[in-house]
Design a protein. Structure first.
Length: 192
C-alpha cells in the first residue's frame, strides 16, 4: 500500500486558501457584530459561525488520512558483510569492505547507496575498554553506490568501495590488539 498523500486531497493549495478566506470572513463578521452590539448582530454571528463550522468540518470536507489509516508494506532489508577484516595494524594498508543487501519485503525497492560507520570497539578480554576506540581506526569511502532495484522476497545486490584500516597514532595502541570493530550499515532507498 502506498502511504503517500493523494494529489488534490486534504487542505492543499486551493483548499488551504479557501479555508483561510472563510476564516477571514468569519473574523470580519465577528468584528462587525461586536462593533454594532445589537441583538440582531449576535444572531448573525451565530449563523456565520454555524455555516463556517459546517463548511470546515461537515460531511464532504476533505481531510488527510490519519497515520493509522495507512499501513505501509514491510520492505525490510538485510545487509550482509561478505568481507573479513582481520590483521588491521599500523603500517598495513586498509582492507576493502564488501557485502550484499537483500530485500526481504513483498515490494521491489530501489537502493541508491549503502553507508557504513563505526559504532563501537570491543577490546580483548583484560584490556581496558577506553584504551582503544573508533578513533584508532580509519574508515574510508563510507558511501558505497548500489543504484539497483531489488526485487521482492530476496532480491539482492552486492556493494563495495569502502575500506577500513588502522590509524597509526603517536601513543601506544597495544590495547587494540585482537579488538573487534563493530560496523553499522544503512541502506538509503531512494525513488528511481
Amino acid at each position: 500500500m502506498n502511504c503517500d498523500p493523494l494529489p488534490r486531497t486534504g487542505l492543499d493549495g486551493l483548499g488551504l486558501l479557501l479555508t483561510i478566506a472563510l476564516a477571514c470572513l468569519v473574523i470580519g463578521a465577528a468584528l462587525v457584530v461586536i462593533a454594532r452590539r445589537r441583538r440582531r448582530g449576535l444572531d448573525t454571528l451565530a449563523a456565520v459561525l454555524l455555516v463556517g463550522a459546517v463548511v470546515l468540518f461537515g460531511p464532504g470536507s476533505a481531510r488527510p488520512a490519519a497515520a493509522a489509516d495507512c499501513v505501509a508494506a514491510d520492505n525490510s532489508l538485510t545487509v550482509i558483510q561478505t568481507s573479513t577484516m582481520q590483521g588491521l595494524a599500523p603500517g598495513i594498508a586498509p582492507v576493502p569492505i564488501t557485502g550484499r543487501i537483500v530485500n526481504n519485503g513483498p515490494d521491489a525497492t530501489y537502493i541508491d547507496v549503502v553507508t557504513v560507520e563505526i559504532t563501537s570497539v570491543t577490546t580483548a578480554l583484560g584490556t581496558p575498554p577506553a584504551a582503544c576506540d573508533a578513533s584508532d581506526y580509519l574508515l574510508l569511502n563510507t558511501t558505497m553506490p548500489v543504484d539497483r532495484m531489488l526485487g521482492p522476497d530476496g532480491g539482492s545486490a552486492p556493494f563495495s568501495g569502502a575500506s577500513i584500516g588502522f590509524a597509526n597514532k603517536t601513543i601506544n595502541q597495544d590495547a587494540c590488539q585482537h579488538a573487534t570493530v563493530h560496523l553499522r550499515y544503512a541502506a538509503n532507498p531512494d525513488a528511481p
